[in-house]
Structure formats: C-alpha cells, structure tokens
Design a protein around this ligand. Sequence first.
Ligand SMILES: NC(=O)C1=CN([C@@H]2O[C@H](COP(=O)(O)OP(=O)(O)OC[C@H]3O[C@@H](n4cnc5c(N)ncnc54)[C@H](O)[C@@H]3O)[C@@H](O)[C@H]2O)[C@@H](O)CC1
Ligand SMILES: Nc1ncnc2c1ncn2[C@@H]1O[C@H](COP(=O)(O)OP(=O)(O)O)[C@@H](O)[C@H]1O
Length: 492
Amino acid sequence: MISAYAVADVYAVERAAMAELAEGELMARAVSGLAEVARLRLRERGGRRVVALVGPGNNGADALYAVSALAADGYLSAAVHLDGQVHDGARRATEKSGVVLAAGPGDGVPGASVAAMVGEADLVLDGILGIGGRAGLPTFARPWVEAIGPGAYVLAVDLPSGQDPAGLVLDPDGVFADETVTFSAPKPVHLLPATELACGLLTVIDIGLDFDGVAASVRRLDRTDVARLWPIPGPRDDKYSRGVVGIIAGGENYTGAAILATTSAACSGAGMIRYVGTPTSTSLVRAAVPEAVHGVGQVQAWVVGPGLDVASRAAGAKAQLDAARAAIESDLPVVLDAGGLDLLRGPRSAPTLLSPHAGECARLLTRLTGDDVARADVEAAPVAHAARLADATGATVLLKGSTTLVIGPEASGPAYSQNDAPAWLATAGAGDVLAGLLGTLVAAGLPVDVAGALGALVHGCAAEAANPGGPVRALDVAHALPVTIARLLPVT
Ligand SMILES: NC(=O)C1=CN([C@@H]2O[C@H](COP(=O)(O)OP(=O)(O)OC[C@H]3O[C@@H](n4cnc5c(N)ncnc54)[C@H](O)[C@@H]3O)[C@@H](O)[C@H]2O)[C@@H](O)CC1
Ligand SMILES: Nc1ncnc2c1ncn2[C@@H]1O[C@H](COP(=O)(O)OP(=O)(O)O)[C@@H](O)[C@H]1O
C-alpha cells in the first residue's frame, strides 16, 4: 500500500528529523537524489541544457543546488530566480559552479533573455513552489512557465508549481510535469484525482524520514495488496459461504449492462449470482451467463443499477424496479450504480457503496441537496463533491475516472485513490463490469471501502491484461478477470 501524508504531518516529521541531524543534512540528501534523477533523464534523452526555475523558498534552494551539481558534471546549466529572494547557501553554490543566473523579471534582465534561456532547455527543474505553497501559480513565474519549450522534460521538485498540495483542485495555468520528484513519501497532490495528472511520473526519494505512527491522509492499494485482501475460498467453503450476489441490472433498453455485470461477477469469483431482470435481459443473461440463477432470493449483497431505466414502462420493468427498491430498503449491503443511484432516497443502515461517474455524482448531489451541481463542478473538485455525497448519504462513494476515488463519510478514515487503468478503459460498459466485480467483493464480506479500492485496482489491471497497450472492449475486461486475479494471488 502506498500512503500519502498531509503537508502538516510531513513538516512535523521533518522538524523532528532535523533536530537530530546536522544542519542542511536533509536538504543535502534531497538534492543529491534530485540531481541523480535529473542526470538520468538528461542521459536518457541525450540532453545538455538544464534550467532551474527558482522560487523564494526551500523548494527553489533544492533546485538551485541540484542545478549546481549538474553544472559541475559539465551540463550547460542556468537558473532563473527572483532577485533578492534566493536561499543564500544555494546562491553561493551556484555562483561557484558556473551556473548562468538570471534574475527576472524586474531587475533589468530583459524578459526575452530569460525566455530564451528557459525555451532552450532540454530539462526544466521546476522549483518555483513546494508543498508549502498555495494553489495557483504566482504571477512572477507565469512568463517562466510560458517559456518552457514543447520538447523540454519538465521535472518538478516536490510538486508541479501552482498545483494544490492538498490535491483538491487543479490549476490549469500551473505547471504540468513529466515527472515529479518528492521526498520520503507521497503527498495528497500526487495521488488525488484533480492533481495527479499534473504530476506525471512520481519518483519518491528516501531521505531517511520515519512516518511510523503517522496516519495516512490518502491511501493507494498496489498489486502486492491483492493477495492479502482478496477473498480466497478454502476447503470448507461452499457457494453460499463465498457470497451470493444479487444483480438487478439491465432492462428492455440497456440489455448489455445486464450481461456485462453478471459476466463480471461470475468471472471475479462470486459464489453464486441471482439475477433480476426484465424478460429480454433475462433471456440474454440465461444464454450468456448460464451460471446465474434467476429471480429474487437470499443474497449477501445486492448490486442495483447498471442499465436500469427507472422511467421504463416496458414489460417486467415494474417488477424489476420493485425488487430494486426492496433491495435498497433491505438491511443488506448494496452497491448502487447508474440507474440505481436514482432510486436512493437517503442514508441506509447497512454498508452501501455508490459508484457514480462525475455526471451521476452531479445529478445525485443536485437531487439530494437542492444545489445545482454540474458534471464540470465534480470534475474540477472531485474530492469535495465525493465527500459531500458521502456525507449526504452516509455511504461510501466510489467516484469513477482516470483516477478513481473511494471516500466514506466524515471521520471514516482516509480515502483511497486508485490509478491502475489504461485510458482505453474509458469505454461504454466498463462501469457495468466494475459494478459486477464490486458485487462479488461486497458479497464476500469485504468492507465497502476496501472492496471499492480493490475492485478499482483489479478492474484496471484486467483492462491492461485484456489487450496491453491497445483498445479494450468492456466484455473482454470481464473475461480477463479470472487470469488477472490468479496472477495477483500467491502461487499455492
Ligand atoms: N451496453 C449497455 O447496456 C450499456 C449500458 N449502459 C448503461 O446506460 C445507462 C446510462 O449511462 P450513461 O453514463 O451513458 O448516462 P448518463 O445519463 O449518466 O450520461 C449521459 C451524459 O452523456 C452525455 N452524452 C451523451 N452522448 C454524448 C456524446 N456523444 N458526447 C458528449 N456527451 C454525450 C449526455 O448529454 C449526458 O449528459 C446506465 O444505466 C449504464 O449502466 C452504459 O454502461 C453503456 C453500456
Ligand atoms: N481516462 C480514463 N482512464 C482510465 N480509466 C478510466 C478513464 N475514464 C474512465 N475510466 C474508467 O472506466 C470506467 C467507466 O465507467 P462508466 O463511466 O460507468 O461507464 P459505463 O456507464 O459506460 O459503463 C470506470 O471504471 C472509470 O474509472
């Protein structure tokens, strides 16, 4: 598991370490790791020119020291900084090592020469702001960032400047890095959906800080966690003890969603599937998933909603909707997706996992809170909106996207944020496959937040396995689940 820590906690751990170490030791460790990554990237790309964008704080000092080390190695090194607002030691190191220094804007150095210096760089070290910064790129740095050439490799120190350290909102004018080098541990900005995209590849450098006993602010499961968490059957298990999942999905319109969700539940190892559909969906599921049994019965968890049309007056729709409402009113765990979200009236007493995409999250918030929330609002501030939905419903919310967030109501512990899927997974029906997989995990008894994070992880891995590097269809993601799961489990 990867843990990200809140900025205040990182500072506290740093202060404790500094009290034990010689002055400057922590920064020296950070700089040495940063310079090493920069050297590696310059070598890989055959680059010769490096420029550091230097802000007034320690982040700028890291970048200045690193660029000095690169100058000593013979790279053509330069730095732009705010005159009079540079770390003294770092400035002295830079002057000694022959780095070309340009202060700008505002001290007589023409903006054009600063722009040319930045524009020619093969590698740009972004040290404008670190985790102590606020969201938003400072005005002085705008011309620097605008001057970055299209072919430059942008290596951010700690975070891409302008981006929110807490990871709550994206600054479209901030830096978008190819890679972010951070120290000791990730911070929320690196893992959360709004800002992760701006960080590029994340490289964490160990500088010897100890986070034992510090609570994570955001968690991310990795592939090595699957063996520990997956419900593996034992010799005493039978289909019922493994968990029966009831799936109320599809209708006369979205028949495919029924097949995708039930196939996914079967392929992820549900002990048994009870399917409740309309006549056409039912006959298609009978053909596609012969393992499923039909009609309402005893289950350990319900999945309600993929392809469910709550306004349908087609044959069998009323009976299916009655079953869906009864499932939501029951005291059993429920995964609510797509059309099922339209049936939620308020908090439930049993474990509940909502799995909206941004549009569905906006629609549900609008209905439940009375505020007009648009899809774009959710996309701009995913954590705030998902948390609001969790608080309004008492449920755990799995907000789907390229980074999928799993967050419970206030005080229910840190969120999970998963980024395991290729962008090819952004395809119709992929969410229906996820719903079936979540149903398997919740019916097996996993807590809904763990089921959400684990499901998103395995769903992403199955999408990659279905056709590495190329397009995937949703049904192939479901069919890739058995072998994907087997590969993630220990060999017995
Ligand atoms: N094969 C199937 O049976 C499938 C069934 N599905 C089911 O379909 C139902 C509706 O899901 P949605 O997420 O589509 O519904 P939503 O109502 O959440 O989203 C539709 C939104 O997409 C916008 N939109 C539609 N076409 C667009 C286009 N070409 N370009 C830009 N925007 C466009 C619409 O304006 C609307 O805002 C759900 O119940 C879902 O489970 C989907 O999962 C797809 C596959
Ligand atoms: N850009 C992306 N990269 C990776 N995964 C994505 C991306 N966009 C969406 N996804 C994933 O694809 C799935 C789409 O689900 P959803 O929007 O419900 O589609 P549908 O309703 O058509 O099944 C979700 O699991 C989501 O996390």
